[in-house]
Design a protein around this ligand. Structure first.
Ligand code: PMP
Length: 408
């Protein structure tokens, strides 16, 4: 059998494209700001992870430009050989200080941070227990690890307890969860999860890709939000969302970071080229701004409350979202695409979440907010959503808003 035979059956996204539902791989003709240009038209951007607007902040761009002229375009090598510059070392120190932790390790992507950290720490005879909705990079890290992989029901600490008990006492146990789930915008119940991990002697990794800079009084994420920072062993983050640039990191105690930095098992760290200096410089500038400008986070939460309140008032189902990631459950693929298309015609950029990420009849429109969205942009978005939602029969029409739901 020819290896390429499978390629003759197009994947879902390509089948959709061929059927005229061309919703993926849209080409942006402008920077990722609150409005973007696609096919020559301006759209309000509700489909990025640029939570604090820092991806286009002039201070961040200046820091990157300066580093580019000093250090050039690439590192041309792995972190462990020639790819560590002053900037990389300095960023790791600053990330550790930001989290009030011993040490940090900076990878070239967030995906690699999970892949490397999990696969290096969990080995044959150990267990990795992951939430059923955990990000693909957690699942892939667990698969790469040679440890036994188990999954527990989403956000269900009771199920986690049962599964950890079934692991027995012979191997080490790592529990890995997202702090904020990227599709539904719900938050992991960390207080209950840390309690179970303690009781069962398991180490806990929290992937805070969507919580860094967003949740917690100072933006330190889900563990800060719940006041359980001292009980989370490893925090993974990405430097491509609230933090502007590319890359990912893990923070932990010194000995663990040294093991990850110098041990031979952290293959995604060792066998990949280090991020270029201008990327590191933009992340560093972003970290300073997260620290210095809590107003950005406050603005994001003001918009989040407004949006959730308004959408629920209109009758949309926003699921368990409590964060700037706001999904709307639409239903079938066709209906969801229709909503996506109409919103696009109204000048709004949103994303669709389709099977297998959701059940066949539970397709979502996923929206994310940015601190720099203006009130006027949000007015336009809400107007369009109400019109399109009513046209498609997703919402009943105008109704009184319910009492505001607690978020943040
Ligand atoms: N973890 C989560 C929860 C994510 O959503 C993502 C990417 N969106 C990653 C990890 C991977 O990060 P990166 O895009 O930096 O590779």
């Amino acid at each position: 059998m020819d290896l390429f035979e499978k390629c003759a059956t197009p994947p879902l996204a390509l089948q959709m494209k061929d059927a005229g539902f061309d919703a993926f791989y849209r080409v942006l003709q402008s920077a990722c700001d609150t409005e973007v240009v696609v096919d020559g038209r301006r759209l309000i951007m509700l489909g990025s992870n640029n939570y604090l607007g820092l991806a286009v902040d002039p201070r961040v761009k200046n820091a990157a430009a300066e580093a580019l002229s000093t250090w050039g375009a690439g590192t041309a090598g792995s972190r462990c050989l020639n790819g560590t510059t002053d900037l990389h070392s300095d960023l790791e120190k600053r990330i550790a200080r930001f989290y009030r932790r011993d040490a940090a390790l900076y990878y070239t992507s967030g995906y690699m941070a999970n892949l490397g950290t999990i696969s290096a720490l969990a080995q044959r005879g150990d267990f990795v227990v992951v939430d059923k909705r955990a990000h693909a990079s957690i699942v892939d890290g667990a698969k790469l690890s040679y440890a036994e992989v188990k999954r527990f029901r989403h956000n269900d600490a009771g199920d986690l307890d049962r599964i950890l008990e079934s692991c027995g006492d012979s191997g080490g146990k790592l529990v890995a969860v997202d702090g904020v789930y990227s599709m539904d915008g719900d938050i992991a119940p960390l207080p209950r999860i840390v309690e179970v991990c303690r009781k069962r002697g398991a180490r806990l990794l929290v992937d805070d890709a969507h919580a860094l800079g967003v949740l917690g009084r100072t933006g330190r994420g889900t563990a800060e939000h719940f006041g359980v920072e001292d009980q989370v062993d490893l925090i993974v983050g990405t430097t491509s969302k609230a933090l502007p640039g590319l890359g990912g990191f893990v923070v932990a105690e010194q000995q663990v970071i040294e093991y990850l930095r110098y041990g031979a098992t952290n293959r995604p760290f060792i066998f990949a080229t280090a991020a270029p200096a201008h990327v590191v410089a933009s992340v560093r500038a972003g970290l300073e701004l997260i620290d210095r400008e809590p107003a950005l986070r406050n603005r994001l939460w003001t918009l989040t409350r407004r949006m959730l309140h308004a959408l629920q008032g209109m009758g949309f189902d926003t699921g368990a979202s409590r964060t700037p990631i706001i999904p709307i459950t639409v239903g079938t693929l066709e209906r969801t695409f229709e909503m996506w298309r109409k919103l696009s015609e109204e000048g709004i950029f949103v994303n669709m979440v389709l099977p297998p990420a959701v059940p066949n009849s539970g397709c979502l429109i996923r929206m994310t907010l940015t601190a720099s969205h203006t009130d006027e942009q949000i007015d336009r978005v809400l107007d369009a959503l109400e019109r399109v939602g009513a046209e498609l029969g997703i919402i009943p029409g105008r109704s009184e808003p319910p009492k505001i739901r607690e978020v943040g």
